[in-house]
Ligand binder design. Structure first.
Ligand SMILES: *Cc1c(COP(=O)(O)O)cnc(C)c1O
Length: 352
């Protein structure tokens, strides 16, 4: 019966998941593994978020609030902005935005190397995808991007970029916004770690969406909550195109409480900045400058998979960047974790 499956899914492989720490632990007979492969917050969710989620569990015989009011109020209280959309992770937001805007055959432009889900989601909508490679230092040349993106329906730029770690300066983003006819989806999954504020651009540009997630700084990866700052015109259409009741009540309650726990977020951001510097200074291989909660490391002359395997053997799980299209095969990506995980990572990588 597989003949029924769409040919695009038969031609391309799907999302590449990080190897499960549990599997590696079993393979090498280890009890403690440093999980530095998925850019998660190593701390458990905030007690306030846990309490809110637990309370919300008692309501799940009912469908959740279709307006996501609790989460919307928390977002409006946290940020100086009015218009938001929510989804099942930022991945869900990306998919719904493309579903809302992109007709089959229309162009989606992606600045690469980057997060792989954009291309998969665009393919799912039957879009024509074009990729524009970054420069040798992984910066974005706006003129080069605009050559391809000018007439695209949607352009996707990740800043700070996964996996390279660098952010694109505000004036460069503005130049792109002014040169395109379509929409710019700026993926800000890691922006809290950067000190860059793209929000003022929203006041001047009607074609900008800032994608955000609760999975990284707010420690809710497992509850799957994402949102985006949008222009005024987008939410009604997004809600028409999207899956009804996408974000569940437990996730919404936890997300609203997590957003309100600013102190916890700040503590983690400080931890990331402290360790980012130590990784830069102490890893014996070249570390790319990072504005995120991870760093990309050039392990040449070794191959990425080799180093990832060596690290896993010693109890440290990091991400090989081999699967990122447009990146040479000698980079690994290491998240900043808890103190003991970072110490172990430094010790092991420098001993290879
Ligand atoms: C983690 C990540 C996301 C998605 O996160 P969700 O868990 O789906 O909210 C989106 N973009 C980038 C670049 C990411 O690294």
């Amino acid at each position: 019966m597989e003949r029924l499956v769409r040919s695009c899914y038969k031609k391309k492989s799907g999302y590449v998941f990080a190897k499960k720490a549990e599997d590696i632990a079993r393979e090498y007979g280890m009890t403690r593994i440093a999980r530095l492969a998925s850019n998660e917050n190593p701390e458990p969710l905030s007690p306030a978020a846990l309490a809110a989620a637990t309370d919300a569990l008692a309501t799940v015989n009912r469908y959740p609030d279709e307006k996501a009011s609790v989460l919307m109020s928390a977002l409006r209280a946290t940020y100086a902005h009015e218009h938001f959309v929510t989804g099942v992770g930022m991945d869900g937001v990306i998919e719904t935005i493309l579903r809302t805007l992109v007709e089959p055959g229309e162009k989606v432009v992606i600045s690469t190397p980057t997060f792989s889900f954009y291309a998969l989601a665009a393919m799912g909508q039957g879009a024509e995808t074009a990729t524009v490679p970054r420069e040798a230092d992984f910066s974005v040349d706006p003129r080069k991007l605009l050559k391809e993106a000018k007439d695209a329906k949607v352009t996707v730029l990740c800043s700070p970029n996964n996996p390279t770690g660098n952010a694109t300066p505000v004036p460069v983003v503005e130049e792109i916004l002014e040169g395109i006819e379509g929409l710019l989806f700026l993926d800000n999954a890691y922006v809290e770690f950067s000190g860059i504020d793209y929000l003022p651009l929203m006041r001047k540009h009607e074609n900008l969406v800032l994608g955000r997630t609760l999975s990284k700084v707010y420690a809710l990866a497992g509850l799957r909550v994402g949102y985006a700052f949008t222009p005024r015109w987008l939410p009604p259409w997004y809600n028409r195109a999207g899956t009804p009741f996408a974000v569940n009540a437990v996730s919404m309650a936890a997300a609203a409480a997590a957003l309100s726990d600013r102190e916890r977020a700040e503590r983690y951001i400080a931890q990331v900045k402290r360790w980012r510097k130590r990784f830069m200074d102490e890893v014996k291989y070249p570390v790319m400058p990072s504005d995120a909660n991870f760093v990309m490391i050039d392990v040449s002359p070794h191959k990425s998979d080799e180093i990832v395997e060596e690290l896993a053997r010693k109890g440290v799980v990091v991400r090989s960047c081999r699967s990122f299209t447009g990146l040479e095969d000698h980079y690994i990506r290491a998240s900043i974790g808890a103190d003991w995980e970072n110490e172990l990572f430094l010790e092991v990588i420098n001993s290879l």
